[in-house]
Write a protein that binds this ligand. Structure first.
Ligand SMILES: [Zn+2]
Length: 347
């Protein structure tokens, strides 16, 4: 998962670059309809919603992990097939907006995760530093901050993520039922889980709580976080879960300098692509596969065509296969030093 703002930016760009997809799967134009736009941003968080489900029980956390490994083509095909049936048109538009967002999540994760793993490392790679496991999340949040500046010239505070995503106020009940049906059709292991709908609701509540809590933290937040850490009252990873202060980010997390990097599982797949270039690749794939999604919904192409186009690459490294490939190769940015510098700036 790149972090939530990067995912929101991708679906927003895909809506704005296409004039809102009206006339394809949608009666209403997403770019002109604030509720559909917010539902697309929610869909763009994909299975990450489940990964934020730490508090409310029964939890759906495991579905976050499973859906990063498999099942996404089936989820999307099922959403298209459900929309073919007897669904009231406003509900169909909501499912289409959600599917567009979900598709964008799939492409962004696949294309960007190898980049993030290479530049952040992972537990015990390339070193056993106790902060190493948090560097993945830390880098994703730095990318959020720098991508927002690069694409829109906005700060995290100016962007205001929370008002852009559908909240429980937006009456998501019918949509939630369609998502649950799609997950059941995609994952055998979910079929006898009678609590799935409750888990999804809990995951949504916890995610929205996390987004609100971590929205654009001010200086007080960092001073307080640091003082709690020094008293041993919170985990040292606290800083990796919020957007760090932009002025302290002395790192080229978007690779605008075009350093060479490679796929962590396969060093022969090398590149000097920037993060914005990966973002635009994900954008093209999203628009292209959503066209096919809309055609399946309309019944003009068979579902197999969509399933084939989405493919079964997992979301962790973009390579086909479960379990994920073995990661062996990384060359992280100086993130651990930066992490410490930011913390000590608030001592
Ligand atoms: Zn993800």
């Amino acid at each position: 998962m790149p972090s939530h703002i990067s995912h929101a930016l991708l679906v927003e760009e895909s809506i704005d670059n296409t004039g809102g997809f009206s006339g394809k799967a949608l009666r209403r134009n997403i770019s002109a309809d604030p509720v559909l736009r917010k539902i697309a941003v929610l869909g763009a968080q994909g299975p990450d919603i489940f990964l934020h489900n730490h508090r409310r029980k029964p939890r759906g956390f495991r579905y976050g992990a499973i859906l990063h490994r498999k099942g996404n083509a089936d989820v999307l095909v099922d959403l298209a097939l459900q929309s073919r049936g007897e669904m009231p048109p406003p509900e169909r538009d909501e499912v289409a907006a959600f599917a567009l967002g979900y598709l964008s999540h799939v492409w962004m994760d696949r294309l960007c995760h190898p980049y993030i793993n290479y530049h952040a490392g992972w537990r015990n790679a390339p070193d056993r530093h106790s902060d190493r496991p948090w560097m993945h999340a830390f880098l994703e949040r730095i990318i959020d901050v720098q991508l927002l500046r690069h694409l829109r010239n906005l700060s995290v505070g100016e962007y205001g993520f929370v008002r852009r995503i559908a909240s429980v106020r937006e009456e998501l009940l019918p949509l939630r039922r369609h998502i649950v049906r799609a997950i059941r059709s995609a994952l055998w292991s979910s079929r006898d889980d009678g609590m799935l709908e409750r888990r999804l609701a809990n995951a949504l509540y916890d995610s929205l709580g996390y987004y609100r809590f971590s929205e654009s933290p001010g200086m007080d937040y960092f001073v307080e976080g640091r003082s709690l850490e020094r008293r041993g009252e919170i985990n040292p990873r606290w800083l990796a879960l919020v957007h760090p202060p932009e002025e302290l980010l002395m790192v080229d997390a978007l690779n605008l300098e075009r350093r060479p990097w490679s796929h962590p599982c396969d060093p022969s797949r090398s590149s000097n692509e920037t993060f914005p270039a990966l973002f635009h690749r994900a954008l093209r794939r999203t628009v292209d596969t959503f066209d096919t999604w809309a055609m399946v919904m309309e019944g003009s192409v068979p579902p197999e065509q969509l399933r084939f186009k989405i493919g079964d690459q997992n979301l962790n490294d973009g390579i086909t296969g479960d379990p994920p490939c073995r990661r062996v190769h990384c060359q992280p940015l100086p993130l651990i030093t930066l992490y410490q510098q930011i913390k000590t700036a608030f001592d």
